[in-house]
Ligand binder design. Structure first.
Ligand SMILES: [Zn+2]
Length: 268
């Protein structure tokens, strides 16, 4: 029996570099977008260190890669992109970065936050996970919980009209046996590849089609789907709390207080 697809009303994917989302989760983003979800991207860097041609300055590289990101997002069905423009290769999980991510979460109010896994150091014998990936994933997760959902944390953002927002779930892109959820991307595999091709400055003479299909087929192995993306999913709010709060922590607090009092009254 095919598993029913969970479709959040909204999701925001947070990544270090312009093409990270396409490599890790854009098949899922495309599937959700097709089903009507509002999807946003937060790019911590604009990949300004990612073009080795000495005749292209970092500033030019930023312009090129942001344009490629917009094109990739458009292909995927994503309109909302925030570029934080931290220098490529220099990402640190600072309190300032946490706050900047919280600002985007409180602005976008996503049901789901999608980000990387900060614990992945050595995913294979031929690759060390990029320090920007690890730092960005740490900052994203620390923003997702508990900071963004706490009214008294980064309270100064209220002056910008941004109130605390608790996401319902965090989807952590999984490289290994930590995966708990597999999203069938068979229908959006072509979109994922097309979006990755939009990052032309990174593809050079490599066409990602064949390899991406191979990886996604490996992820789908034994799962009754042709292609898949894998996630570890953390559910932060119960279905009941999410339905009545839609992420407003004050409403969650009030509902829990009410339940507590009802329990107390029963005891008397
Ligand atoms: Zn990257």
């Amino acid at each position: 029996m095919p598993a029913t697809l969970y479709i959040p009303e909204s999701a925001i994917a947070i990544a270090a570099h312009p093409d990270d989302i396409e490599f890790s989760c854009s098949g899922t983003m495309a599937r959700w977008a097709k089903a009507g979800s509002r999807i946003g991207y937060v790019l911590i860097t604009s990949g300004d260190g990612g073009i080795a041609d000495p005749s292209i300055s970092k500033e030019d590289a930023t312009v090129i890669r942001e344009a490629e990101t917009r094109r990739a997002a458009e292909i995927t069905g994503v309109k909302d992109i925030a570029f934080l423009r931290v220098t490529d290769g220099m990402v640190e999980a600072t309190m300032e970065l946490r706050k900047r991510i919280v600002r985007e979460i409180r602005r976008f109010k996503p049901e789901v936050i999608v980000c990387g896994d900060p614990t992945v150091f050595f995913p294979s014998d031929t690759y060390i996970n990029h320090p920007d990936h690890r730092a960005s994933a740490t900052a994203a997760i620390d923003a997702a919980f508990p900071a963004t959902g706490q009214p008294h944390v980064f309270q100064e953002l209220e002056a910008e009209g941004l109130k605390a927002h608790k996401p319902r779930k965090v989807y952590i892109t999984a490289w290994d046996d930590k995966a708990t959820t597999f999203v069938d991307i068979s229908e959006t595999m072509d979109i994922k590849i097309e979006a990755l091709r939009a990052h032309a400055s990174q593809m050079m003479d490599w066409d990602p089609g064949e390899e991406m299909r191979k990886w996604a087929a490996e992820t789908a192995k034994g799962k009754e789907m042709e292609y898949a993306e894998a996630f570890k999913v953390i559910t932060l709010e119960s279905d009941e709390d999410w339905e009545l709060s839609k992420g407003d922590p004050v409403k969650i607090y009030e509902a829990r207080e009410k339940r507590r009092k009802e329990k107390e009254n029963k005891k008397d």
